[in-house]
Design a protein around this ligand. Structure first.
Ligand SMILES: Nc1ncnc2c1ncn2[C@@H]1O[C@H](COP(=O)(O)OP(=O)(O)O)[C@@H](O)[C@H]1O
Ligand SMILES: [Mg+2]
Length: 244
């Protein structure tokens, strides 16, 4: 935790949220500083995706607050959260398999009317992911899982977010492809200062790629520290990293 005030880009304070009348999250606290990669790990059903949904205004925050870039965005609509500068790469894969890479990217900018601006931003994404440029006319359904994930990340980057939230970017990917995706995340962080909050089931690799991490269990965060501190913590290792 930082002692300095106002250095956070995102701050979730004492958040309570859930479904119907039931609170899944019961006092979640986390923060992300500009330029950081932060990883949230924890067992299935702990509420990790629920934190993202609550930040994004997809479910309501019943208690606590979400502060982003100095503004209180608690219970904003997803569109307002996006406008504030947060883009999300959801857990359920979100590309359109019948459409080409280029069409998917254009869909990502459906709110933008200025053709030149669309062109310019797609060029920036192609610059960051040359592989996507090579595949511009290819239908998504014929591409590998790793390429589809690149496209999802690229599409989120079109929106020039201050923060990108990724829910299990490595889900469903082979180990070597997972490594490649984390490599891209670290590269974007280093090259363009992209700030990332990600959820990972692949806890060890996720933490290795991150500056800091949190463990979420039963709707509360139980451990936090640098990626290395969490990897070295005996209890975290035993419970979540399959190690001793
Ligand atoms: N749409 C929903 N309606 C009711 N309960 C849900 C819904 N989505 C998730 N849950 C419940 O909330 C809990 C946390 O889910 P989730 O945030 O998806 O966990 P995680 O991402 O950590 O695996 C689980 O018990 C799950 O069954
Ligand atoms: Mg989840």
């Amino acid at each position: 935790m930082s002692d300095e005030p106002n250095t956070q880009l995102l701050e979730v304070r004492d958040m309570y949220a859930g479904y119907l009348d039931f609170d899944i999250l019961r006092g979640v606290n986390l923060e992300v500083h500009p330029g950081e990669i932060v990883c949230v790990i924890g067992p299935n059903g702990a509420g990790k995706s629920t934190v993202f949904r609550a930040v994004y205004g997809l479910i309501s925050v019943r208690k606590g607050s979400v502060i982003f870039d100095g503004a209180d965005i608690t219970n904003s609509t997803p569109q307002d959260v996006l406008r504030a500068g947060i883009a999300i790469v959801p857990q359920l894969r979100s590309v359109f398999p019948q459409m080409t890479v280029l069409e998917n990217l254009e869909m990502g900018l459906y709110l933008e009317r200025d053709r030149d601006r669309i062109q310019e931003r797609i060029e920036v994404v192609f610059g960051l992911f040359p592989r996507l440029r090579d595949r511009a006319k290819q239908r998504i359904g014929t591409m590998s899982g790793g390429e589809q994930r690149m496209l999802e990340i690229g599409r989120a980057l079109l929106l020039e977010p201050k923060l990108i939230m990724m829910d299990e970017p490595s889900a469903g990917l082979a180990p070597s492809i997972t490594k490649m995706i984390f490599g891209h995340i670290e590269r974007l962080n280093a090259e363009i200062g992209l700030t990332v909050l990600m959820i990972e089931q692949n806890a060890r690799q996720g933490l290795e790629a991150s500056h800091r991490g949190y463990v979420l269990e039963l709707g509360q965060n139980t451990y936090e520290g640098t990626g290395q501190e969490l990897i070295d913590n005996p209890e975290v290792r035993r419970a979540f990293l399959g190690g001793r």
